[in-house]
Structure formats: C-alpha cells, structure tokens
Ligand binder design. Structure first.
Ligand SMILES: NC(=O)c1ccc[n+]([C@@H]2O[C@H](COP(=O)([O-])OP(=O)(O)OC[C@H]3O[C@@H](n4cnc5c(N)ncnc54)[C@H](OP(=O)(O)O)[C@@H]3O)[C@@H](O)[C@H]2O)c1
Length: 455
C-alpha cells in the first residue's frame, strides 16, 4: 500500500453522513488495502456536532461552519449529505456545492431535489472548473443505476426507462395489494418502520419520483427540465378496491412508475400510477424495494432491483462515488441531440381504468357512457365486484356522508385504447355530475411494458 491519502469533507452527519463515517472510519484499513491508498475524512459540517455518533472519538473533525469544509485547502472531494430537501431550501445546499466546485473540489451528492432544481448550474460549474459531480445515491439509494447508465451503457442508446423509485410508495402499494391494508393503515405502518417521513407529502404526491426522473434525464440526455415539465400524479387517490379490481378482474397490479421514453429525436417523461401485468417483473417488486427497467438499443431489456434507501446502501453509493473520483474515473451528463417534449405521448393510445364512486340511482352508467361516447371513447367493459356494506361504509366515513352505505355504489369502466387527452376531457365533464361522490380515478393500463426474460 502506498502513502497516498485522499482527504474528504462531509456536509451533513445524519443517516447517510453517519453511514459514510461508519464505512470510512470503521473500515478504513480494509478499504486502504483494497484501494492502495487511504480515504481520510478531514472535516464534517453539521449544525449541532455534539452528540453525533463519531463526535466522541473525533471531536476536532466536526465543525458547525460549512466554510470549514468548503474552503479547506487539503480537502479534494466533498460529500453533500445534508437533509435539505424542501424546494424553498435547496438553494442553500446548491450554493455549498457550487462554491466547492469553484474551489476546484469534486462533489458527491445524495440530494435529488438539489440536482432537479439546480442541476444545470451545478454541472456547468463542474465542467468549467474541471471537477466532477457524482450522484449515485440520489436515485435508487443502493442500486448502482447512475454508474450503470453513465458508464456501463455509455456506448449504448437508452430508449426507455421505467422505475419504481420511491420505497415509501412501493411499501404502501404492496401493503394494500398483498396485505389488504387501507391506504391509511399502509402509510402508518411505513411510518412506524421508518420507511416514510412524518410528513410523507413529497413521496406520496409523486414529487420525490419526479426529482429522480429529472436527474436521470440530465444524466442520460443532458436535458434539464423544470418540475412542471414532468407530468406527475401521486398515489393518494388509490384505494384498496382499485387493487381488488386490478387483480381480480384485470390480472394486473398498480405501481407508481417514473417513466422516460425516447422516440427518434424527442424524449418525454412522466410519473403516475400504472396498471401492469401481474406477472411483469416490476409487479413482483414489493415492499420498500426500488427497481429500474431499462430498454436500450444494444442491451435490449434489463432490470435492476434493490434497496432504494437506508444508511448502509446509500452510504455505500456515496463512498463508491468518492472512490471512483479518487481513482480518476470521469463521467458527467451526456448531451444528446434530443429535445424534451412533454406532449410526445399525447396521441399514444392506451387502455384506461376508470373508477367511480357514486350515489346510486338509475341511469348513472348510461349518463357516463354518453359522456364517453361524446368524446369518441369506446368502452371495453363495465365491471362491478360485490362490495360489502363494510367497504361501502369505508367510503361513507371517508367522504363524511350521512347516507345509508348501501346507497353508495363503486364500479369501474375499462376503456378501449384511446388518447389520454380525450379521457381527461370526458372526466372533466363527468366529475361535475350530481351523482358523483368523489373524483373519478383514472389509471393507464399498460400490458405491453417491456419485460426481462421469464417475466
Ligand atoms: N436516508 C436515506 O435513506 C437516503 C437515501 C437516498 C438519498 N438520501 C439523501 O441524502 C441526504 C441526507 O439524508 P439523511 O437521511 O442523511 O438526512 P438526515 O438524517 O436528516 O441528516 C441531515 C444532516 O444534515 C445536517 N444539516 C445541516 N444543515 C441542515 C439544514 N439546513 N437542514 C437540515 N439538515 C441540516 C443535519 O444535522 P444538524 O441538524 O446537526 O445540522 C444532519 O447532520 C438527503 O438529500 C436525502 O434525500 C437519503
């Protein structure tokens, strides 16, 4: 082993920051043997150093001044693992990253929200200063998807990507589907087990997945879009009965998918719950796991599955980025001659699932069918499972109704392939009808999603 030492600075000492310290302080000798040089954490910024796990052993390495890390002359690589995620706060984390890059340091970040908001500025500053930005931990935690796309598939051409990128959502959806929990029960179980934040809004409204899709667009095509460009729907409107209809009537499962699709010179991206075939590989990714299905010109279809969060997997991704930079490897965003088109899929025809909860009276189905017909939408089937009084009572309670539960009627209509825009238009007209007790739920049914062998 040589005498080479790479000095590292950490911004943040929470779940991921401590995980990084555990690996480098705890397994420094093993790492040095494997690498032929030593990684040394020189300074750690956190607002409240005292009480942090490694503070007792290395008090002088901790500081409550971020500049002590950013301006440190011997530090060459900084890992930004601050818990700054709210859009209104990310400018602060971005400014730390940009200052570090301007000082000639390379930066590793786990923060998808910062990259989604300030990616262009961050990547161009790195380029200008001949330094690097790495972000393996920002998408799918422990799965080496960034390295795989940025290095492994650099000579390939990625044409589509479908990802289960939010462990909280996947845990909730799996709990509803596999354990018969209600949304509320599944969410509270996720919170109890530490898979969901006390405020899970950014997970369940789809924002977290959207940020990750934005980071992947930057990496794959050098495209920097605004958050509003990625049409996003979360999982809040899904109910247990949607999973019953999906499995018992349609042979499908519902997953929150972040999707990127390239067609010729254009790329589009979106986030929404999608009905996929029950035996599709993504359908079988349960609990808090993440998965990414990639379709490319040469490698065709492949799937990556693993832990999307947690101290160990995420810290490993941060440390592997540090080691990759220290070893001299280099990759950045990949500017491609493609244009982002939010509306690329507007004319694509999809089957759709529509779920209605109505106040029972005669003629409702024919009213709805009239509106669908007016929008040139063909109905595939009208389906109704036998709903117990308890199930109807659930909606009565949720909607704060005083009526008899048996006056509440849930049912679904599936549509033959049609344009999303036509469905939206029809739903706008239908949702104002006096019999509607809640907004109809619309889910795309995509039975032909690419699959890996044996799926
Ligand atoms: N946890 C995961 O499994 C996971 C997975 C993938 C990606 N990530 C990403 O990794 C980053 C760090 O996550 P984490 O789970 O380690 O967060 P965390 O446990 O909340 O830790 C955040 C750290 O940042 C410090 N901090 C300094 N200034 C802050 C500020 N203004 N606001 C909030 N915290 C501040 C906090 O300590 P003081 O309070 O002492 O300052 C603490 O040391 C985030 O970007 C997150 O999205 C996390």
């Amino acid at each position: 082993m040589g005498n080479r030492v790479i000095k590292i600075g950490l911004l943040g000492s929470g779940t991921v920051g401590k995980g990084v310290q555990d690996i480098i302080f705890g397994d420094g000798d093993g790492l040095a043997r494997r690498l032929g040089y030593r990684l040394e954490i020189e300074k750690i910024y956190t607002r409240l150093p005292e009480g942090k796990h490694w503070y007792a052993k290395f008090p002088t390495k901790f500081t409550n001044t971020p500049e002590d890390v950013i301006n440190h002359p011997e530090i060459s690589i900084i890992a930004e693992v601050l818990g700054i995620e709210r859009p209104e706060d990310t400018r602060q984390a971005a400014s730390y990253i940009i200052k570090a890059l301007e000082k000639g340091k390379s930066v590793v970040t786990a923060n998808k929200a910062v990259l989604a908001g300030f990616g262009q500025e961050i990547h161009s500053t790195a380029l200008k200063n001949n330094t690097q930005v790495r972000f393996e931990a920002s998408v799918a935690g422990g799965i080496p998807i960034i390295r795989s796309l940025g290095e492994g598939l650099v000579s390939d051409d990625v044409t589509a990507l479908y990802g289960i990128l939010n462990g909280t959502c996947n845990y909730i959806l799996s709990g509803i589907r596999n354990d018969g929990k209600t949304f509320k029960e599944a969410l509270s179980q996720a919170q109890k087990l530490g898979y969901a934040e006390t405020n899970p809004e950014s997970d369940i409204n789809g924002d977290d997945t959207r940020y990750k899709i934005m980071v992947l667009l930057q990496l794959l095509y050098g495209i920097f879009v605004k958050t509003e460009d990625v049409a996003t729907e979360g999982i809040k409107s899904l109910e247990k009965i949607d999973f019953d209809y999906a499995s018992k009537k349609l042979g499908t499962n519902i997953k929150l998918l972040g999707s990127i699709r390239r067609s010729g010179g254009e790329v589009t991206a979106s986030v929404s719950p999608i009905m996929i075939k029950d035996d599709h590989v993504l359908s079988r990714v349960n609990g808090a796991l993440n998965a990414i299905l990639v379709e490319s010109k040469y490698c065709e279809t492949m799937c990556f599955v693993g832990k999307g969060a947690g101290a160990g997997p995420t810290a490993n991704s941060v440390v592997s980025d540090i080691i990759s930079i220290a070893g001299g490897a280099h990759f950045g965003t990949r500017p491609e001659p493609v244009k982002f088109n939010r509306y690329l899929d507007k004319d694509t025809l999809h089957r759709h699932y529509l779920r209605f909860v109505v106040k029972d009276r005669t003629g409702i189905v024919s009213d709805i069918l009239t509106h669908l017909k007016k929008n040139r939408i063909n109905v595939d089937e009208v389906l109704q499972l036998k709903h117990s009084t308890e199930e109807k009572g659930y909606f009565r309670e949720k909607l704060g109704l005083a009526c008899d539960p048996d006056e509440i009627l849930p049912f679904i209509i599936t549509l033959e392939p049609c344009k999303e825009s036509a469905v939206k238009e029809a739903m706008e007209q239908i949702k104002g009808q006096d019999f509607m007790l809640m907004e109809p739920v619309v889910i795309k049914i995509v039975p032909d999603l690419p699959d890996v062998v044996g799926g």
